[in-house]
Design a protein around this ligand. Structure first.
Ligand code: FAD
Length: 454
């Protein structure tokens, strides 16, 4: 459906939303609401959050990842009247996007985790509120958190992704829990990264499985980059082991020339890549992965299940038509990220349904654009759509640090109101080099600066 939000429609829509009743609007994490029962059940945490009175329109941003940090900063810059509150459940920042490099010693732990939510908030004149979001009532514009309710004028929900173990045939909650804890995918939380690092430090030999899911998973090159960096550890330390890459896809999903070259030229004895190996089940005790035609025994593994928009999107009642996207993601306007029919609530970052690459650079450039959309709407102006950009480096060698890269734009088809593919100016840089290795670190430093500095 085309969602043409010019100024007149936007104002009309705002009025309609304000006039709407509670049905289908208020949702939360009370038992009945989560179970699909009474959607108008109260979501209040029972108290108001201890926050100063808003001095301007209150913009609440949920999630202090790449998307939320960018939007909190730039919405305030674009429209200084905004009173911005960033609600983040973590009390320590650690980056996902540089974590593969840490395993192989290209960077140290400080490179991942030396940034502070408090500093970001002070530098950029907003409030960091350390709490977990638990519910939403869009009729009264109230967000429930573990530390009390917050009233918003505009709300951005940027909670990232969750794993979808059902899609790899693991439906039993006990097995899912065992997999999450013993063979984490390493694509969501810092504690997964620490476990994978410990596994690699202790690995004595044999098969280390890295799976690659189907669908639009977070960081398309991430599992292949990790395979290279793990293999570089085995090669350097003369470990008699190999990385078995079980890929659900028929071909490497991005930068395939560069990754195939690295697999063949640098890691012939250390990486075995197998296409069309979608995981159908895992025997956690026996350490066996089943795919459609084969079974594979492993010593250790990082099992990357399919991705979906964070379960928070579902709990808050913001999910779209899963038939259409084939993944559980938010129901938003293609151009401006607001929930269809609600110009006050936005979903951004990896929880969006777009076919964009789910990457840090996409979340960051999209965040700049969404900040402008919010500022325009808060002032009653028409927003302008600018598609995001995906510049993504992948380190394929640790010593010397060598990388490959892609610089992608996206085409929007107005007649279909859809993102239809990569734009013509998309380029890949697949001859690995130390110059790109250096550029990888500079890119990460640049994103940190953009999120945390004034
Ligand atoms: C191993 C790995 C390698 C990667 N490599 C690259 C790369 O080279 N280049 C690149 O561009 N990208 C890369 N990425 C991808 C990049 O990290 C993500 O795409 C990007 O961070 C997405 O940003 P986001 O803000 O949508 O989600 P996130 O960064 O995941 O942020 C979501 C935030 O929401 C918070 N949150 C969730 N639920 C709640 C709640 N209920 N209440 C309060 N807060 C909540 C979370 O704690 C989290 O801080 C990589 C990712 C991984 C894991």
């Amino acid at each position: 459906m085309t969602q043409n939000l010019d100024r007149r429609n936007f104002l009309k829509m705002g009025g309609a939303v304000l006039a709407a009743g509670t049905a289908g609007c208020a949702t939360g994490v009370t038992g009945s609401a989560m179970a699909g029962g009474d959607k108008s059940a109260s979501v209040s945490s029972g108290m108001m959050a201890n926050l100063p009175k808003a001095k301007g329109p209150r913009l609440v941003v949920v999630g202090g990842g790449t998307s939320g940090l960018t939007i909190a900063k730039y919405a305030k810059k674009e429209y200084p009247n905004f009173d911005v509150v960033l609600v983040e459940k973590r009390d320590m920042y650690s980056s996902c996007f540089a974590s593969n490099m840490w395993y192989a010693g290209v960077i140290n732990l400080e490179f991942l985790a030396e940034h502070s939510f408090l500093d970001a908030a002070v530098n950029n004149k907003y409030i960091y509120f350390n709490a977990t979001v638990t519910g939403l009532d869009r009729t009264s514009k109230m967000l429930a958190t573990s530390e009390g309710d917050i009233h918003y004028d505009f709300l951005v929900v940027a909670p990232g992704v969750s794993y979808d173990y059902d899609k790899i045939g693991v439906k039993d909650a006990g097995v899912q829990a065992a997999l999450r804890q013993r063979y984490p995918g390493g694509f969501i939380s810092p504690t997964e990264h620490v476990t994978i690092k410990r596994k690699l430090d202790e690995f004595e030999g044999g098969v280390f499985v890295q799976t690659v899911p189907s669908g639009n998973y977070r960081c398309l090159p991430g599992p292949y980059e990790r395979a290279c960096l793990i293999a570089s550890i085995f090669k350097k330390n003369k470990i008699k082991g190999k990385v078995l890459v079980l890929d659900a896809n028929p071909e490497i999903t991005i930068k395939k020339v560069g990754f195939h070259a690295a697999f063949d030229e640098l890691y012939k004895d250390y990486i075995e890549w197998k296409p069309n190996q979608g995981v159908l089940g895992v025997d956690v005790e026996k350490r066996i992965i089943k795919t459609e035609f084969d079974e594979f025994k492993f010593e250790d593994a990082a099992i990357y299940a399919n991705c979906r928009g964070s379960t928070l999107i579902e709990h808050l009642g913001l999910m779209g038509d899963t038939q259409k996207t084939n993944q559980k993601e938010a129901n938003i306007d293609v151009r401006f990220n607001n929930i269809i029919g609600d110009p006050f609530v936005y979903v951004t970052g990896d929880a969006r349904p777009h076919p964009y690459s789910k990457s840090g650079n996409t979340a960051n450039t999209e965040g700049h654009n969404v900040a402008k959309v919010l500022a325009a709407r808060a002032q009653g102006k028409d927003p302008v759509f600018v598609p995001p950009r995906t510049i993504c480096y992948s380190m394929v060698n640790a010593d010397p640090a060598e990388a490959i890269s892609v610089d992608a734009g996206y085409d929007y088809d107005a007649a279909k109101d859809a993102i239809t593919g990569f734009s013509k100016d998309t380029k890949t840089f697949e001859n690995r080099s130390t110059a790109y290795g250096q550029a990888t670190l500079e890119w990460a430093r640049g994103i940190y600066r953009d999120m945390f500095n004034a």
